[in-house]
Design a protein around this ligand. Structure first.
Ligand code: ATP
Ligand code: MG
Length: 603
């Protein structure tokens, strides 16, 4: 079945049919031609023999001689001769073929044959005469020729020769079989050649089909071998060219797509593309983070595709219905995302939406810090101011009886004003450092000497508080480029804290260590410690671990914030470690120098 549907089969069948039809027509024509040819030849031969007999009779009409000759001819050619002398007399040669003789009356009575006798015309018939054969063969066709003769005595007679058409047919059938044989051979040859021809055509086609399948699979390097210069070869060339063009086009497309996806994936903002039904089409990593966080919050273990926060869905519905960009905010896992969603159009209609989301947590935090800062400052100032008001009122109203008491009140007012002054100064300092307005007066400082000096300075304070102050200081000649006044402020704040938050009989250890890149300075105490959850916040402004306890000691909560800012201005780092009830360690790392320009100065 497959075979007939293939090009080979179709071509083959077509060629075979064509050749067969042509051969058939040719055979029929040839057969007719040969039959005619044989008949004519037989007629001519018979006629010439008849003439020969006639000419013999004209010379010598002796019956014996004429008959002997006629008999020779009839035997050789399987023809029967009849010689008619006159109306009554006739001679028959001996019968040479099966079947009866033509009765003599036929020659006198037949319209055509009688013309020879009566009108002296030569005639030839091609088998129009039938006679019943006596044998089994049935009717037999006969060919008859006749020619008039003149006897020496001037009498007019006729010679007839007739023959069975079997002789002619024999010759014809021989020709027929030769023609049929050659036709058969022609058909067989055609079959073979047509088959080879068509396979030659289809083999490259089949190769091309295979190559097309390869190309469809994405194998664009596939090439069809070009073996011929004909239409199939041209088709192969065109095919190869097409594969190349496809390759370039696809590459270009891929590049464009890759570029787009690279842009998307390297964007800091999250991008989500939604289709008309609100299904997620494209997301980039920040957007995935957002969705992942939301899914985690919702308690979905696996990512269920198409799930989006309700706020986003509402936003999407609004974008689709109003065909206008919309803005919203979603809080997920403690981070706030601002979402801007714009409609996505195809030719005329909204096809979906693009959401761009940005993590605004830091900005929100800054806003909050600023608000907190103002609240804290006001709060910090309100307490001393109300104290100043209260105690000065008490003096004015003469509430205090003795001078002693008045002095005590005045002392409190003085202390509070000092505290206020310090708070305002520290705030100013902090503001200046944070705004980057301070200039560090960097100079080479021998840290060993520097730390030893500060240690001596705090010895008295430590003694007053019954705290032991120890030093564990590396002896080093290396100098660090720092602003000594600022670093003294850092150490003062740290040591002050350590002594202040350490109970009686505790100890504070100052440690200086030289590292490859700078100095490490530790202030270690055996105080109450800072709760672990508060450690990340100790460097924030106004942080106080224990509000109730600190109140009495009159801290402002700015000391560590100043420390951090100064250290960072020196390109250093500060960190805190603590264990509740055991003590706290603050570590400061200061690099030898702060940058290229300083290095250049030293070298
Ligand atoms: P200020 O230093 O401005 O007078 P302050 O000491 O309260 O006020 P910071 O030095 O910034 O402010 O310290 C913040 C808080 O950190 C303190 O209130 C205290 O609770 C805690 N703290 C700081 N150092 C220590 C320490 N060595 N041991 C225990 N707690 C500490
Ligand atoms: Mg302090």
């Amino acid at each position: 079945m497959m075979f007939w549907r293939s090009v080979v089969g179709k071509l083959w069948i077509t060629i075979l049919l064509l050749v067969s039809v042509v051969l058939l027509i040719l055979t029929i024509l040839l057969l007719q031609y040969f039959e005619r040819f044989h008949t004519e030849r037989a007629e001519n031969e018979l006629m010439s023999h008849a003439s020969l007999i006639g000419s013999v009779i004209e010379d010598d009409d002796t019956q014996n001689r004429v008959l002997a000759m006629a008999e020779t001819i009839s035997e050789t050619y399987e023809a029967q001769a009849v010689i008619i002398l006159d109306q009554e007399q006739y001679w028959y040669t001996e019968q040479v073929f099966s079947g009866a003789q033509l009765p003599i009356q036929v020659f006198y009575e037949d319209d055509v044959l009688s013309r020879v006798i009566f009108e002296q015309e030569s005639i030839a018939t091609e088998g129009d005469y039938l006679f019943e054969s006596i044998g089994e063969e049935g009717t037999e066709e006969l060919m008859v020729v006749g020619t008039p003769v003149q006897f020496p005595d001037g009498e007019i007679g006729a010679v007839f020769l007739y023959q069975s058409l079997d002789v002619v047919e024999e010759a014809t059938s021989q020709t027929t079989s030769i023609i049929l044989l050659s036709a058969g051979i022609a058909i067989i040859l055609t079959t073979v050649f047509a088959f080879f021809l068509t396979t030659r055509i289809t083999a490259p086609l089949r190769r091309m089909r295979k190559a097309s399948l390869e190309v469809a699979k994405g194998n664009f390097d596939t090439k069809v071998p070009i073996l011929t210069n004909d239409e199939i070869g041209l088709l192969g060339i065109a095919f190869n060219r097409m594969a190349r063009a496809l390759n370039t086009n696809l590459n270009a497309l891929n590049q464009e797509k890759e570029q787009l996806s690279r842009i998307l994936s390297s964007m800091a903002d999250g991008v989500i593309t939604l289709d008309r039904d609100g299904g997620v089409m494209v997301t980039n990593p920040p957007a995935n983070e957002f969705i992942g966080a939301w899914l985690y919050e919702q308690g979905y273990v696996t990512e269920e595709s198409g799930q989006l926060p309700e706020e986003l869905q509402n936003l999407f519905e609004k974008v689709v219905s109003e065909e206008q960009e919309q803005m919203g905010e979603v809080d997920v896992q403690g981070r706030s995302w601002v979402i801007l969603m714009t409609p996505l159009y195809d030719q005329y209609h909204v096809r979906g939406a693009v959401a761009v989301m940005r993590d605004m947590t830091e900005e929100r935090l800054h806003d909050k810090l600023r608000k907190d800062f103002i609240a804290n400052v006001s709060h910090e100032l309100r307490t001393p101011i109300s104290m100043l008001q209260g105690y000065s009122e008490a003096i004015i109203d003469d509430v205090a009886g003795s001078d002693e008491e008045k002095k005590e009140l005045a002392q409190i007012i003085y202390d509070e004003s000092l505290r206020m002054g310090r708070l305002v100064n520290e705030l100013l300092d902090l503001a200046r450092i944070e705004a980057g307005h301070i200039r560090l007066n960097l100079e080479p400082v021998n840290m060993t000497e520097f730390v030893e000096r500060i240690s001596r300075k705090f010895q008295g304070v430590a003694d007053d508080n019954n705290v032991e102050l120890m030093g564990e200081i590396d002896q080093s000649d290396t100098e660090a480029y720092v602003d000594p006044d600022r670093i003294e402020q850092v150490m003062t704040n740290l040591i002050d804290n350590a002594i202040r938050y350490t109970s009686v009989n505790g100890s504070v250890k100052l440690r200086l260590e030289e590292l490859p890149a700078g100095f490490r300075l530790d202030v270690e105490d055996t105080g109450a410690g800072i709760p672990e959850e508060d450690l990340p916040f100790v460097f924030e402004r106004f942080y106080k671990a224990d509000k109730a306890r600190t109140r009495g000691r009159a801290g402002t909560g700015l000391g560590l914030a100043i420390v951090k800012n100064i250290v960072e201005a020196h390109k250093g780092r500060v960190s805190a470690h603590s264990r509740m009830g055991e003590g706290t360690t603050f570590s400061v790392f200061l690099p030898f120098s702060q940058g290229e320009d300083v290095n250049e100065l030293t070298s």
